[in-house]
Design a protein around this ligand. Structure first.
Ligand code: B12
Ligand code: SF4
Ligand code: SF4
Length: 228
């Protein structure tokens, strides 16, 4: 195995100017098999890249000033940044919106030891529900990652589970997320609180509230989702 520390340090340094962070990684095995070969090369390791809170926002907004007409601006920004970083370190960048969908949440569980909240989003013990993935770097070699055990799972200690009762149309009532009901509410003219301030179920979670996205980022994601 190749010692990954210098590679990981290199990636972290390359991501830092964009407010992006390393979100762990692992060597593929039977439990988490590699995606099909890309350009004839099968990946051996994966490193996840994302953000906590609004760390990317000022960098993305600055970039967007010069690309006001980009149809999927956050995806386009992520692709530009990560493809550049991947080229410098001999990796291949892949993205959450690539189809067929790559199992980003399964990878993230393994890479950072997170578990899913009742909403479907992975919950982080410090940042709560306020984090996401912007891409992943695939390597054709086995990197030697520092170990990552399971993290504390905040939902175990959360008696009242306010996330499950905060949605005005009970989109999480049957143990699953009713996306049709959610989108109908957003389109009904009654969903202003969600569209402008963010999903009320997500906002009801007490964990990592101080890392909730800023207002423009909240509106951006909700409007992109509502139009999606
Ligand atoms: C399709 C999709 C959706 C669909 C369907 C989700 C679903 N039922 O699976 C819709 C459009 C509903 C959706 C909505 C949202 N999504 Co979405 N979505 C995806 C996407 C592109 C593919 C999911 C998939 O099928 N993967 C393929 C399978 C094989 O991979 P997987 O890891 O096994 O998939 C897991 C998920 O499907 C998950 N899951 C099951 N039910 C639900 C329900 C929800 C709400 C979510 C988020 C996940 C989820 O369980 C699977 C097993 O771990 C992923 C990115 C990705 N490539 O994974 C983002 C992703 C799961 N979404 C994400 C987010 C943030 C959202 C939104 C909050 C968007 C927003 N507004 O910001 C919303 C939630 C709605 C709301 N009210 O706010 C994040 C989750 C980050 C995290 N902290 O866990 C991801 C990882 C994208 C990213 N860039 O980080 N999403
Ligand atoms: S409100 Fe409680 S159960 Fe819901 S996501 Fe937050 S910690 Fe987990
Ligand atoms: S965005 Fe609003 S309607 Fe949709 S799940 Fe969240 S709280 Fe419910």
């Amino acid at each position: 195995m190749i010692n990954a520390v210098s590679t990981l340090d290199q990636i972290a340094a390359a991501l830092e100017p964009y407010g992006l962070v390393l979100r762990g990684g692992f060597v593929f095995d039977e439990a988490n098999s590699a995606p099909p070969p890309i350009e004839g090369v099968r990946a051996k390791s994966v490193v996840l890249v994302g953000h906590y809170g609004s760390s990317i926002w000022p960098h993305f907004i600055e970039w967007r000033r010069y690309r006001p007409d980009e149809p999927d601006p956050l995806d386009a920004w992520s692709k530009e940044v990560l493809t550049g970083v991947a080229g410098k370190i001999g990796a291949k960048a892949v993205f959450p919106s690539d189809t067929p969908y790559l199992p980003f949440q399964q990878w993230a569980k393994r890479a950072e030891g997170l578990l899913a909240s009742p909403l479907g989003l992975l919950i982080h013990p410090e940042y709560g529900l306020w984090h996401a993935y912007r891409g992943a770097l695939l390597f054709d070699r086995a990197l030697d990652f520092p170990g990552c055990g399971p993290q504390r799972y905040p939902c175990d200690d959360c008696q009242d589970k306010p996330c499950l009762s905060a949605c005005p149309v009970n989109a999480f009532s049957d143990g699953r997320y009713d996306v049709v009901r959610c989108r109908a509410h957003l389109a009904s003219g009654e969903g202003g609180a969600c569209l402008n301030g963010g999903c009320l179920a997500r906002r009801a979670c007490p964990v990592g509230r101080e890392h909730a996205y800023n207002a423009p980022q909240m509106r951006f994601h909700m409007n992109a989702f509502a139009q999606g």
